[in-house]
Design a protein around this ligand. Structure first.
Ligand code: NAI
Length: 303
């Protein structure tokens, strides 16, 4: 297979001063992408800021013969987020690839969740991806090319104790991804999401060291790089990955049951197992397909 490269492409990677973002930025740059390495440089709970993290990754890229610039803005502020796109255009003339990766944690049980801990987590993960993508969208449309990867999480897809704020933000990113995919389709803009597991400062005290050893962020980046390549036109998908494991994952809707009248509560209870049965599950792409399935079942009943 011919080597996949990013010559002529410009990528913005948020939160690229460490962990997964750094790994994505290094890989893309090593294959010819010019990269905006964004990082606020704060601590893992979102406090503080600094330029060192982004600068270091830019230096690493330069040392490897690649091209990158640093941006220290917070994704959580609309004007600051726009500065990343402005910087890309000023330095490299355009933007093609957006990897929304910046993230923080404010884990706490739902009982102890405060409005502040909810706010900052939604702001960085969910609003951050919105702000950066909103600033880039017009350019991507104008260039008739775009590759967007949002970073969701198993916590967002499946839930996790102590992460109500984080899992809601991450689930929100799946909705954003799927709608961007629909709206981007005719402009050759794809949008996909990843749910990674990797050793980073976010997970260093959550998983045992022997497990972390096999979960280098570098395992995640090749799939991300493929998603943002010219070669990959798949869109609206979510991928679960970590270590050497890679899989697409999806929401499915069962075949459903139909009633030709408004059912009683007992009739619902009577057919509960069928309603819950996903064995003939379908992956639906867009709300139009969901409505289509409802109409199909109703039509069959009334035929
Ligand atoms: P990390 O802490 O090494 O990387 C996150 C980066 O985002 C940091 O360098 C941080 O300075 C930066 N950042 C934080 N707030 C920012 C802001 N407002 N603006 C710009 N940059 C900001 O952690 P990791 O693990 O590499 O996380 C990357 C993404 O992957 C996050 O979105 C995280 O939620 C997600 N993720 C990671 C998992 C894992 O197992 N490591 C699991 C599931 C999701």
């Amino acid at each position: 297979m011919a080597e996949i490269n990013f010559e002529g492409r410009v990528a913005v990677v948020t939160g690229a001063g460490g962990g997964l973002g750094r790994s994505h930025a290094l890989l893309l740059a090593s294959r010819g992408a010019r990269v905006v390495v964004n990082d606020l440089g704060g601590s893992r709970d979102g406090s503080g800021a600094g330029s060192e993290m982004a600068d270091q990754v830019v230096q690493e890229i330069a040392d490897n013969g690649g091209e990158a610039i640093a941006n220290y803005a917070s994704v959580a502020e609309p004007d600051a987020a726009k500065s990343m796109i402005d910087d890309a255009i000023e330095a490299f003339g355009k933007v093609d690839i957006i990897i929304n990766n910046a993230g923080i944690l404010r884990d706490t049980s739902f009982k102890n969740l405060t409005p502040d801990a909810l706010d900052i987590v939604l702001k960085v993960h969910l609003y951050g991806a919105f702000y950066v993508t909103m600033a880039a969208w017009e350019h991507l449309r104008d260039n008739n090319f775009g590759r967007i990867v949002n970073t969701t999480s198993g916590s967002g897809l499946y839930g996790n104790f102590g992460q109500a704020n984080y899992s809601a933000a991450k689930a929100g990113l799946v909705g954003l991804t799927r709608t961007l995919a629909l709206e981007g389709q005719k402009y050759n803009i794809t949008a996909n999401a990843i749910a990674p597991v990797a050793a980073s400062r976010l997970t260093e005290d959550i998983m045992p060291p022997e497990m972390l050893e096999n979960l280098a962020p570098e395992y995640v980046s090749p799939l991300v790089a493929y998603l943002v390549s010219d070669e990959c036109t798949d869109t609206a998908n979510v991928y679960s990955l970590g270590g050497g494991y890679y899989s697409r994952t999806a929401l499915v809707e069962g075949a459903g049951v139909g009633f030709d009248h408004i059912p009683t509560i007992e009739e619902i209870a009577h057919r509960w197992d069928e309603i819950g049965d996903l064995s003939k599950g379908n992956e639906l792409r867009g709300v139009a397909e969901q409505t289509g399935q409802i109409i199909e079942v109703m039509t069959r009943l009334n035929a």
